[in-house]
Design a protein around this ligand. Structure first.
Ligand SMILES: Nc1ncnc2c1ncn2[C@@H]1O[C@H](COP(=O)(O)OP(=O)(O)OP(=O)(O)O)[C@@H](O)[C@H]1O
Length: 335
């Protein structure tokens, strides 16, 4: 088998590409601007994100992945074409083989569609790896031994909770709630409590800068801009960490409940491995402050945030590019 050349993490929020021998070569927002009629790509990543909400009538800026599921295959195919073009070495005509991360609960039809899209975008061979498995490989966990590991991968649109042993998923649960749902909850909360409208980008900034998931952590304040819902005029408002905690509590409760369900379904031998090894948090959504503390309090199990949570999937795919036999073991489309 020819080793893979590119590892592609197509996320709801971010688009990351790991290129063999080069490392992470693309890390951009997962937004694509296309001409409506022809679906011709106008811009991708940061440039396309800036166009969102302010595009001329014949251009639309879209997120090709929604809730962890591919929303538009034509656009994905074009986006993959563009990524392959950007990463192709000069004067090279050989087609790259690619490893693509896919959410744990994708159906076989969706898997086939991703493979088709990558092949018609110009890949020579396509391997699909489940995102929580790639995320675990991207941390320091050895998922190929017989000791079980528990990874909670919280992205923008989806959360995957997976128990992994011998390179495969033993028990898992996917939720359609993650970092973006926290932003939505903050918007709703501020509207209700302060009668004040803020946009999605402001909500995300609040979450990242002063958000917390655990009550005893320090509280900070942040002044943000928006629009007064009663007067209808632009204005400023001060929000604090307690507001964020209260806003996102229902989401945190859902995450904890699902985590407990996965633990309940885990075979006893593996459950005891997890108590020894602990829970590892990956994905950008896991970066809200205090999440490890919350999971420790709720499960009694040691929990750590992976060193660079956002890039775990891409780095995991990168590690697999270097190891044919491990890639063969975890690729889900060859089975
Ligand atoms: N410092 C931070 N604190 C809290 N949340 C953060 C932080 N940095 C990033 N995020 C959140 O992480 C989420 C994106 O994570 P990530 O890039 O891992 O998602 P993705 O892989 O694109 O999504 P998915 O796995 O759902 O397809 C966003 O909701 C973003 O707001």
């Amino acid at each position: 088998m020819k080793k893979g050349d590119l590892g592609i993490d197509l996320g709801t929020s971010s688009l990351l590409v790991y290129q063999k021998e080069k490392g992470l070569v693309i890390d951009e927002p997962s937004v694509i601007a296309v001409e409506k009629k022809t679906k011709r790509i106008i811009a991708i990543g940061k440039e396309a994100k800036e166009m969102m909400g302010r595009t001329p009538r014949d251009i639309e800026a879209v997120r090709p992945i929604r809730d962890g599921v591919i929303a538009d295959y034509t656009i994905i195919e074009k986006a993959l074409q563009e990524l392959l073009r950007r990463t192709r070495p000069k004067f090279s005509f050989t087609k790259p083989s690619v490893v693509v991360g896919v959410p744990a609960k994708v159906t076989s039809v969706e898997r086939r569609a991703v493979v088709e899209a990558a092949l018609s975008a110009g890949a020579s061979k396509v391997y699909l790896v489940l995102e929580p498995v790639a995320a675990a490989v991207g941390t320091e966990l050895d998922i190929f031994d017989s000791i079980g590991s528990l990874v909670v991968d919280i992205g923008g649109g989806t959360t995957d909770i997976a128990v992994i042993s011998l390179g495969g998923i033993v028990v898992s649960k996917s939720l359609r709630i993650a970092g973006d749902a926290m932003d939505e909850a903050i918007i709703k909360y501020i509207k209700k409590k302060y009668k004040f409208y803020i946009g999605q980008a402001t909500a995300e900034e609040i979450k990242m800068r002063i958000g917390k998931a655990f009550p005893t952590l320090e509280t900070y304040e942040l002044e943000v801009r928006g629009r007064d819902a009663i007067m209808g005029l632009p204005g400023n408002i001060r929000i604090n960490s307690e507001d964020v905690l209260e806003a996102i509590t229902p989401i945190l409760q859902d995450l904890v409940l699902s985590l407990k369900q996965v633990l309940e379904e885990t075979p006893p031998e593996i459950a005891s491995d997890i108590i020894d090894r602990g829970i590892v948090l990956t994905g950008g959504g896991a970066m809200i402050s205090g999440l490890p503390e919350l999971f420790i309090q709720e499960t009694g199990i040691k929990t750590v945030l992976a060193p660079d949570p956002r890039t775990c999937v891409a780095f995991g795919l990168g590690k697999l590019l270097d190891d044919d036999s491990k890639l063969e073991r975890v690729a889900v489309n060859s089975k």
